[in-house]
Design a protein around this ligand. Structure first.
Ligand code: S3P
Length: 176
């Protein structure tokens, strides 16, 4: 039986806030791939990108996903680019139900603006254009092999958590 839940989706779709609350409700451990990368590299994500570039970040991300996908009973908040390497999704699927969170570009912009400069890929003069372009390039990757999808644009964290919990309940009933 799959005891993990992996939250995937573009930056600003609510993976971290939803993941933290979901984990506490389900009494599972919360794990963030970005936090584990920062711990492993002993550098912030903007510093990692600046000093070593995106490829190094993606290598670390693959290492971390390999490790967490073997664990049990966790909620995994996946960095937005996790789907760029197919091996990550293959590994996560072993023990996790994969839930995709989406949000409109306007909502993403509003949410990420609150977080300051922690996302190097959105460090662009025209952020909304960057969000639109990057998310449309990735759309097909996000939609591949997911178990459930939630548009979080007009929902608060509690409402999203309720939807995920409902899905998991129904899904486990179906599995028997
Ligand atoms: C990234 C998303 C970020 C972080 C890094 C790259 C991406 O995580 O992993 O800045 O490629 O979409 P969040 O989705 O948690 O912001």
């Amino acid at each position: 039986m799959k005891t993990n839940v992996a939250l995937i989706g573009f930056m600003g779709t609510g993976k971290t806030s939803v993941g933290e609350l979901l984990a506490s409700k389900l009494k599972k451990r919360f794990v963030s791939t970005d936090d584990l990368i920062v711990k492993l590299a002993k550098k912030s994500i903007p510093d990692l990108f600046k000093q070593y570039g995106e490829p190094r970040f993606r290598d670390l991300e693959i290492q971390i996903v390999k490790k967490v996908s073997d664990e049990k009973n966790i909620v995994i908040d996946c960095g937005g680019g996790i789907i760029l390497n197919k091996i990550n999704v293959v590994r996560l699927r072993k023990n996790a139900k994969i839930i995709l969170l989406t949000a409109s570009p306007d909502v993403v912009l509003k949410r990420i603006s609150k977080d300051g400069e922690k996302r190097p890929l959105l460090d662009a003069p025209n952020k909304i254009e960057r969000i639109r372009k990057l998310s449309s390039c990735r759309e097909h990757l996000y939609k591949e092999s997911i178990d459930f999808e939630i548009d979080t644009s007009n929902l608060n964290v509690d409402q999203v958590v309720d939807k995920v919990s409902e899905f998991l309940k129904k899904d486990s009933e179906q599995d028997g």
